[in-house]
Design a protein around this ligand. Structure first.
Ligand code: ATP
Ligand code: MG
Length: 771
């Protein structure tokens, strides 16, 4: 008594301190960005430990990412002056996995279960979908998996999914598939991410004594970013907190940005009902941003309906106004950003304190290339660099294969992508033959399809692919390389594969493919472009040097930077076209919350920019500024618009934002960033959405199937076939057994096999037989 409060408490304001000191009972800290919610949570942890209210083992603290968990551990350790091991501090997934390992047998698993990654999950689901005999064109495995994941987010196990819930999804077989999938996982002693929480719930509900043990143990529960919890996570927390009711959640309804992944902002509203007598703490002072930045963000978010509503103020200086910059095109925008970055550096700012936050992954390409040219080091958070992304590597493989027939790696990557029925055994045969005769795979394939070495179906499939390749090589000679790329990706069925794919990442991949073509247009030839890509891929920077951060708005949650660039504020880009196509306003409001998250990451300065033109595949399109630009308060921004951007001076510098031709989108068919001509395929067929699926016309109807593929003139690779077989020779073939040569023509033989009948085979697959 009378002792001075610990130092860490004096680093808090009064409301923050109240939230930290209210250790017992339910507490909800509901407050805007940068008000110290995370700081409150960290300090609360420290306070629980130093006051002796709780030991590390009594605490359960949930963060949104592993990185955030690491930071919180470090911060608390610094506050209390000692490292603490064995903490229950981590993401929902990490914590649930730990609990599941201790009680795996309750749900029929062994403690050493595997957590499947997305690829494994998908492979498994493909088998199940095939076995269920549903049309996998209409219901691809990815889509089914996605639906099951959403059910898991909502805490719904297979037993809860009846026809009423599933409808005719997957031809009415969704419940059955869901059951099979769970059954298979169990047999494999494996779980997916959603299972971690779901199995925890099953354990808690079926074994009250286990639940009670955890309820006893976790006397204090702390949760960051509460607005983004889904139903399963919410139920999990509620069960665990029921006994002691010492649960402290911090969140901001204005920053709820994972609705598309099952997060329910309603969890915030329910808190008071579920925990009667909950103490609601509001924090209103923002410690992160300048006045201008805060004004811009607050006025913007005020355009959303149905908010809980908050006041935010700061004692920080007014600072610089938010720069609002309209530019001619994407390249000018990237140049503008890199020039500003260089200016920050000249004034002594560090690259580590600069972030560029984009709406969608494809938008990083323009900046990555600019930074490489300007020698600005950057790191890409939350995903591979543009040219390292899966769909980009696939597309590049197609291009390389057309450009350079001997590129075996490219051939292998795409020969059965999308699936064409060219399986492992065909590939093994192809490899054996190519090795034996020292020729590239494409050439080996061309030779093999003229024989009976392959099973009829594989032979036909490979034959078709070789014909396609031949035709695409013709395009490479006759068409501009961007058009080649578009036709190649459409005619190969590659874009259709992603169009039919209902997983949440498929639309992003399609956007990346479009962006790839945009990038190609900057080069004169295919060769020049491929050369550029290999140079870009080689460029790696060291870990320790300072770097600009490039990331999506979604992954920027909870972080802060001195300088933040927010490019691409155009209708159809941000807000994203998908949100505009939705009925109702919820999608648009989530986009606005993203904009709010973006602006509030900035401590000292923020730049918002938009381009009047962007190249969307081969065509220039004019874009209009995002509606969010209008919603920024005029006195908190400095608006600089390059002259002549919107024609006839109407929307140039000084033009009233209100005059922006809002209805132009409508006149253009609401295509926004995804516009184009109508061809009925992805690249030529309007927007990148799934609406196109039906319009994707059957491939190469007019193409003569029967025509045998033209052989590539074999020049360099001499055939090393055993060579000297002549008519009448007795031979042995691995697959067809013994037989007699009836005709020989180069490296091909016609053989009358004792059992298999007459076949055409490659000489190099034949051994001389003694008799
Ligand atoms: P977000 O909603 O973006 O997650 P937040 O509410 O979690 O934000 P914090 O990240 O905890 O906010 O704090 C924002 C910044 O303000 C941090 O740099 C933090 O150290 C600082 N800060 C918070 N409270 C105080 C305080 N009382 N005095 C000084 N600085 C503070
Ligand atoms: Mg935070």
């Amino acid at each position: 008594a009378g002792a001075r409060p610990p130092l860490y408490l004096s680093a808090l304001n009064e409301s923050q301190r109240a939230a930290v000191e209210a250790l017992d009972g339910p507490v909800l800290v509901l407050a805007g960005a940068g008000t110290g919610k995370t700081r409150v949570l960290t300090t609360r942890l420290a306070h629980l430990l130093t006051t002796g209210k709780a030991g590390p083992g009594d605490l359960l603290a949930v963060t949104f990412t592993n990185k955030a968990a690491r930071e919180m551990k470090d911060r608390v350790a610094a506050l209390i002056g000692r490292p603490v091991e064995g903490w229950w501090l981590g993401t929902f997934h990490a914590l649930a996995a730990r609990i599941l390992r201790s009680h795996a047998e309750v749900v029929g698993l062994k403690p050493n279960f595997t957590i499947l990654d997305t690829d494994d999950q998908l492979r498994l689901m493909k088998q199940i979908v095939q076995a269920a005999d549903i049309d996998d064109k209409k219901w691809p495995a990815r889509a089914v998996l996605h639906q099951i994941e959403r059910w898991k987010d909502r805490g719904l196990g297979p037993e809860k999914i009846g026809i009423a819930e599933a409808g005719d999804f997957a031809g009415g077989k969704a419940p059955e598939i869901y059951r099979d999938y769970q059954e298979r996982l169990r047999t494999l002693n494996a779980v997916d991410f959603g299972d971690l929480l779901l199995h925890n719930l099953t354990i808690f509900l079926s074994r009250p004594e286990i639940l009670e043990r955890y309820q006893q143990r976790f006397r204090y529960i702390l949760v960051d970013e509460y607005q983004d919890t889904n139903v399963a996570q919410y139920l999990w927390l509620r069960l665990l907190a029921q006994k002691h009711r010492n649960i402290c959640c911090v969140g901001d309804d204005d920053q709820s940005i994972y609705g598309w992944r099952g997060a329910e902002v309603g969890n915030i509203l329910r808190f008071e009902q579920d925990f009667p007598g909950a103490r609601i703490v509001r924090l209103e002072r923002n410690y992160r941003s300048t006045q201008h930045i805060l004004r811009a963000a607050s006025d913007l978010i005020a355009h959303n309906d149905g908010r809980l509503g908050k006041t935010l103020w700061t004692e920080d200086e007014p600072g610089e106004k938010v720069i609002l910059r309209g530019l001619w095109d994407g390249e000018a925008e990237a140049r503008f950003v890199s020039d500003e970055i260089e200016a920050i550096e000249r004034r002594g700012g560090s690259l580590d304190q600069i972030a560029i936050l984009v709406r969608a992954g494809y938008q990083t390409r323009e900046f990555e290339e600019r930074f490489l040219n300007a020698g600005i080091s950057y790191r890409l958070v939350g995903g591979p660099r543009f040219y390292e992304r899966q769909e980009i590597r696939d597309a590049l493989a197609y291009l390389r294969l057309v450009h350079q027939p001997a590129d075996d790696l490219a051939f292998e990557r795409v020969v059965n992508l999308p699936r064409r029925g060219i399986g492992d055994s065909t590939m093994q045969l192809l490899h054996r033959f190519a090795r034996a005769s020292e020729m590239p795979l494409t050439e080996a394939a061309l030779r093999l399809v003229g024989t009976d070495e392959l099973k009829p179906a594989a032979k036909k499939a490979l034959g078709r692919f070789m014909e396609d390749l031949e035709r695409w090589r013709g395009f490479a000679r006759d068409l501009p390389h961007t058009e080649l790329a578009e036709r190649l990706l459409d005619e190969s069925g590659y874009t259709a594969m992603w169009q039919n794919d209902r997983s949440p990442d498929a639309p992003g991949r399609l956007e990346n493919l479009k962006e790839l073509v945009v990038g190609m247009a900057e080069f004169d030839t295919l060769e020049g472009f491929l050369e550029h890509v290999s140079l870009v891929m080689e460029n790696v920077t060291s870990e320790s040097e300072a770097k600009v951060t490039l990331m999506t708005l979604h992954s920027a949650k909870g972080l802060e930077f001195d300088y933040v660039f927010l490019p691409g504020w155009e209708e159809g880009v941000f807000p994203h076209q998908r949100a505009l196509d939705e009925t109702g306003l919820s999608g648009l409001e989530e986009e606005r919350r993203l904009a709010y998250v973006g602006l509030t990451r900035a401590r000292k300065r923020a730049w918002v920019s938009y381009a009047a033109n962007r190249r969307i595949h081969n065509q220039w399109q004019s874009l209009i500024p995002s509606r969010f630009v209008d919603e920024l308060p005029k006195d908190a921004i400095d608006r600089i618009v390059d002259p002549g951007l919107y024609g006839a001076g109407r929307y140039d510098a000084g033009g009233e934002p209100d005059e922006w031709p809002r209805n132009r989108l409508g006149e253009e068919g609401g295509r926004g960033a995804g516009g184009g001509r109508e061809f009925g395929r992805y690249f030529s067929g309007g927007n990148a959405g799934r609406g196109n699926v039906a319009r994707f016309s059957p491939r190469r109807d007019a193409f003569a199937r029967e025509r045998p593929p033209r052989l590539i003139e074999s020049s360099s690779a001499p055939s090393r076939s055993g060579g000297a077989f002549g008519v009448g020779d007795r031979v042995f073939h691995l697959k067809f057994g013994y037989g007699k040569v009836t005709a020989a023509e180069g490296d091909k033989l016609e053989i009358e096999f004792d059992k298999a009948g007459t076949k055409r085979v490659m000489a190099s697959f034949v051994l001389p037989a003694d008799q």
